[in-house]
Design a protein around this ligand. Sequence first.
Ligand code: F6R
Length: 628
Amino acid sequence: MFLKARILIGEIYIMCGIVGYVGKKSVVDILLNGLTKLEYRGYDSAGIAVSVDNKIEMYKEEGKLQNLKNLVEPKKDYLKSSTMGIGHIRWATHGAPNTINAHPHSCTCGKLVIVHNGIIENFKELREELKNDGCVFRSETDTETLAHLIAREYGKVNNLTDAVRLATKQINGAYAICVMHQDVPNTIVATKRNAPLLVGIGQNEYYVASDVPAIIDYTKTAVYLDDNQIVTLTPDSMKLINSFSVELQPHIETLPWESVSLSKMGFKHFMLKEIHEQPSIIRNLLSGKIIADNQPIKLDEVKLDLDTIKKLDRIQIVACGTSLHAAMIGKYILEDFCGISVDVEPSSEFIYRKTTTNDKTLVIGVSQSGETADTITAVKQSKKQGSHILIITNRPDSTMAREANSLIPVNAGIEVSVAATKSYMAQLISFYLLALHIAEIKGSIESAKLMALKHGLITLPEKAEEILDHKKLIQEIAKKYANFKNFVFVARGLNYATALEGALKLKEISYINATGYPAGELKHGPIAMLDESMPVLSIMMKGMVYDKILSNSEEAKARDARMIALTNSDDEKLNDLFEDIIRIPDVDEYLSPIIAIIPLQLLAYYIAEFLGKDVDQPRNLAKSVTVE
Ligand code: F6R
């Protein structure tokens, strides 16, 4: 019964990126450039379909986008005159990541082509039905079913828009699609349900894309499609209808974006560049919000007044992956500073149980992309239950942001590397601002402590810079430990989440089996694994639990584990206990997670780089995880 309720809210299953263009310009570079900007959405295979002399031609290649670019390069002169096309970058859901399953897909006669983000849930039934009708299937994908289905409708109604409209009525699931038909020249039809899609408007030209970066080099004017709207684009016209064929007035918006630079700025990888951006991200986020130690924090984005805050009996935070780790630190400081009980739960768990969020709960959704399917669903469910929804995201234009009652844009700038670094930092700073802001309104924190924390926050960028200036040592430590197969990170209190995040960074880009534990839990099981083949990195920040972690580290050392410390202490005792010590500048214990994560990001980076891994695009991952 509960699952049924969830489906009614609307599930979201999208990976991949799509792009389309119809106009007067040569289309191939527009498509390839757009796909480059969407590469964060997947990189299993890529393809384009273009109209050349009113004939549709497809180019597809498995693997990275570069393979498609290499395939197309020798044909560029020949394809120069083409001014209409669609493109796709894939993260495989149905069917192996090979050339046959790469998009675009076509109908039996090859005249209709489609690119698709999403999953057609009833594709198996439809596939059988279409096969019985004589359709010839070439791939294992759900998308191909849609190509045949639309083609079948087109055969009946002889109108591409209507064919798309009638076909999408027969499918369950989520989709954003772009369709072209050889017999309907200069026309792209696009539609969506529970997947993002926008139409960029130029001079006698239109663009379609899953996300803004794909089109922002060409236009800042766009229409975000709503679910079940169908748009028909020609170089000179845009017609928007709903699923009943009623014509709609498009809501044209100006995109609040600058052209997206994908430059590594001299760094070897985007990840390293993004790690280095963190001091200025902290500075920018604090600027205008903490004006002076003795002045209230300005957080106008948060639409919670004293009455509402007083009525709150709890806060529920939902997030996934790295954002979940930021949320764990958020819980710690919100409870401590504001005296409100806070639960944190992975969104994927939250949405499959009977939850008790209501109008006395503040629900915080945290997401870099704002497109994570599980978090969107969690937020939508809570909104239905009457909760105030606060979204912390790097994408104020995202699907999740559109659900917000209060929105904190973290302004980290586009994050290209799949492993999140700077967006985590920006989420952390946002949580500190939020917790201190609520505490200030409630009067739940001593003013001396509040002033000290505000002051401490302002000094953080310099401390982060100091860590980056000493990265050579971390690089050496990385080399020393790069060939270990397992790694344990331990910490207590606030920095337990730092241990989890450090371990996640290492495993996702180097594929080393790294795990984070609360140090006190080691002896309840994990200690059995320890021996000389297992490095243990102890996060030892001065404060309440410092001595406890010291004892836990002694216990690990006694089992011959290779010991590494990350600390802000100059305690001499550490030299005997630890083989390697990464020292970071001194900082208030409460603020320590903000800078403690930087050496761990660098450690993961240098280990992966030393091992020759694909740092920015690790295997099996995509930046926006929009499937369940
Ligand atoms: C790890 C990473 C992922 C994301 C997670 C949630 O480096 O990037 O764990 O944090 O997929 O994504 P968002 O924050 O976009 O909801």
